[in-house]
Design a protein. Structure first.
Length: 169
């Protein structure tokens, strides 16, 4: 998606937009909040490495970034990727990461991000949106349910760690 077909969505003073061709400043702003997200999940902060990773994955088209902007400051983000839907011969969007700064939670920022992504996915012809979160993340699960997401019964998420640092995780 090129970002031009969707007008910015807003939640009060917060505006959601797609980072189509992010500037260095935007990558650094995103990296700052992305590092807070990583810290939330127990990873060490590394602003330089995070900025490089984001820049590489967004500029290559592997990932698409959506930001919630409050008067020039990023207060939330979502990262998506397009995934082939082989059985349906189409594609779906997977929301890989979504995060709102603690002082902006419960203000509609997460819902505005989800609504914007929904509209963008429909516009891009995606067959569905998918996301995952921890079973005990009650606030997120409540928001997702209110936005129409439902659990997929009968499937299990499996993983095979390929590096020693991920063994046991």
């Amino acid at each position: 998606m090129d970002g031009t077909s969707q007008p910015p969505a807003s939640s009060g003073t917060v505006e959601v937009r797609t980072l189509t061709v992010p500037t260095r400043v935007e990558i650094e702003q995103l990296a700052e909040i992305f590092d807070r997200y990583r810290l939330h999940y127990g990873e060490a902060a590394d602003a330089s490495r995070t900025a490089s990773w984001l820049d590489e994955n967004i500029s290559s088209g592997r990932l698409e970034a959506f930001v919630a902007d409050d008067k020039g400051a990023f207060v939330g983000f979502a990262i998506t990727m397009t995934v082939p839907a082989s059985l349906r011969l189409g594609h779906f969007w997977q929301i890989r990461d979504i995060f709102v700064l603690p002082n902006h939670r419960r203000l509609g920022v997460g819902r505005t991000l989800l609504d914007f992504i929904h509209a963008a996915a429909v516009s891009a012809g995606a067959l569905r949106l998918a996301l995952q979160t921890e079973a005990e993340n009650t606030p997120a699960l409540r928001l997702y349910a209110e936005c129409g997401y439902s659990a997929v019964e009968g499937y299990r998420s499996l993983t095979l760690p390929l590096t020693p640092d991920l063994q046991g995780n």
